[in-house]
Design a protein around this ligand. Sequence first.
Ligand code: BTN
Length: 150
Amino acid sequence: MVQVTPFLLVLLLALGAHGLSVKKKCSLPGRWVNDLGSNMTITTVNGNGVFVGSYHTAVTATSNEIQLSPLQGSLQKSPNQKSQPTFGFTVNWSFSDSITVFTGQCFVDEYGKEVLRTMWLLRSHVENIKNDWKATRVGTNVFTRLQSQE
Ligand code: BTN
């Protein structure tokens, strides 16, 4: 009995140290909401990092009625990115003639919450090359996982 106690102590310390060293992974599949109130669902990520999903934007640069739109993307799979990978995706808007490309990184923040920090380029269609200068908007979005997903 006298020898069991130090053994348990060492075991508990080892387990505790292991728990501290396990880094939480940020993964893309699931439902996300951004700072504009837009919703995004990433359904599948295949073995090559290729993923698909859908995007419901809360805002539009057009006067068209907003519709759910498809997205296609790619997740960087290199070993040194495994816990907080970079990614990119394209949304092909179903209700306008525009395209948005997003690029970003999937982080685990200081509270253990997953967050997607992104930048985007929204390309609108213009009638002629003289209007090209005003065809591209740029911005950032921060996505957090929808609460019911945690
Ligand atoms: C359009 O207006 O032609 C399509 C919708 C664009 C919505 C943009 S994409 C970047 C930004 N982030 C969002 O969630 N929505 C806007």
